[in-house]
Ligand binder design. Structure first.
Ligand code: ZN
Ligand code: ZN
Length: 407
């Protein structure tokens, strides 16, 4: 049986751009290694969730891993919590949170507490482990003002309204049940918010912040609650042990929820080139003791959101070198798929439902006439136009890992 590498360039799909003479960044970039990959293998395009559907990075990665998104996705909360390092269990209710600033008369002054950067870990540990009625509170700080909250215990539901007013100078909202099942959770959530204010207002970190004229992070505002669904691990679903190389919290959360072992790539701060090269090297290393590796590279998505087509071209050229390193060092016969989780066109500045390019190569498998790796060339390839959920079975078949369907 062969090994599998799934190389996902976040938001790399794009549209023609006037400042690139009507080409996409992939068409404009010089990508000898990506072109070699598709020349030796097959090209195609892919609707990651379905035709015309705009994916988020979380739903897109679930789909690329072969999950039925409608069955396993209940909102961003559970994956954010998993990405923050909380071990989520089926039936938990998980939220994304902000450390925020509230005035003494109860108005939200700053939803990000002055973009707080320090002390959130200490404050989070003052909230982690609280018991509210028979519900256990698990709370972890994330990057900057962000945090993740999990409620664990009997009778929880996500049928509740938000407490975050999403605007400043407004009072914190009281969560209401939207169905009778949500009553307990709404009550616990309101209790948690009050408790967070009581505890954080007195917290030494905030007393110190106020003394230095900084906004205190004196309340937690949770949002986007979701019940943790039953998610079969990748090993249960495919029999493979899977490793993940990813920096983004949300993608890390999807990996953790799917039972994918996250690999730490050291020295991933040495600039764009070394970062991507390090990820390719980390992936090859992880293949030594895993059947499959998923790699996520975030940078193209950021350039798309920032509407920087020239920057995106430069990023793609860096990724191309990493693809070259990967192709040179993977074990003989490895199945390699190169794709994106969605399009983030520089002309739009956000995700769109346009299909993404796909190339799959494995020694001894078919090739087609595709010579260049980009959105347009790949659309003529032998893989045709598939949906994201079909990718895993195609790779599993090429890797000699598919089970016979029928007698
Ligand atoms: Zn993405
Ligand atoms: Zn994005």
């Amino acid at each position: 049986m062969k090994k599998i590498v799934l190389f996902i360039c976040d938001g790399m799909g794009d549209l023609p751009h006037p400042s690139l003479g009507g080409k996409t960044p992939l068409q404009e970039a010089s990508t000898p290694h990506m072109d070699e990959l598709v020349s030796r293998g097959q090209g195609g395009i892919m609707d990651v969730i379905g035709p015309g559907i705009t994916p988020g990075s979380d739903t897109a990665h679930l789909s690329l891993l072969g999950y039925d998104v409608k069955a396993v996705y209940t909102g961003r909360g559970p994956f954010e919590a998993a990405g923050a390092g909380i071990e989520i269990l089926e039936g938990d209710v998980a939220f994304r949170c902000n450390f925020s600033t509230i005035s003494s008369d109860g108005l939200v002054l700053d939803r990000r507490a002055g973009r707080i950067r320090e002390g959130t870990k200490e404050m989070a540990s003052a909230l982690d482990g609280l018991m509210l009625e028979d519900i256990e509170v698990i709370f972890k700080a994330g990057v900057e003002h962000r945090g993740a909250l999990v409620f664990r215990g009997p009778g929880l539901s996500a049928s509740i309204s938000d407490v975050d007013p999403h605007e400043i100078d407004k009072p914190v909202l009281v969560s209401q049940a939207t169905t009778p099942e949500g009553e307990k959770t709404a009550r616990i959530l309101n209790l948690f918010v009050r408790k967070s204010q009581e505890i954080l207002e007195e917290h030494p970190i905030n007393i110190d912040r106020e003394a230095r004229g900084k906004k205190p992070a004196n309340i937690i505002l949770p949002r986007g609650g979701g019940v943790v669904p039953h998610i079969l691990s990748m090993r249960e679903r495919t029999g493979m042990s899977v490793a993940g190389v990813a920096g983004v919290t949300l993608v890390r959360g999807v990996c953790r929820a799917a039972g994918i072992e996250l690999i730490h790539v050291p020295g991933a701060t040495g600039g764009r080139d070394t970062d991507m090269m390090g990820k390719a090297e980390g992936a090859v290393k992880a293949l030594q003791n895993h059947d499959m590796v998923l790699v996520n590279i975030k940078a193209p998505d950021t350039a798309g959101h920032d509407k920087e087509p020239l920057d995106k071209v430069a990023i793609i050229e860096c990724i191309d070198k990493a693809v070259g390193r990967l192709l040179d060092t993977i074990p003989e016969g490895t199945v390699v798929a190169l794709t994106a989780d969605h399009s983030t066109p520089c002309s739009v500045g956000g995700h769109t439902g346009d299909p993404v390019p796909l190339a799959i190569f494995a020694e001894g498998n078919r090739s087609d006439m595709t010579k260049q790796y980009d959105e347009i060339s790949c659309s003529h390839g032998g893989l045709g136009r598939i949906v994201g959920r079909e990718l895993m079975p195609i790779m599993m078949n090429m890797a000699g890992r598919a089970e016979k369907y029928g007698a």
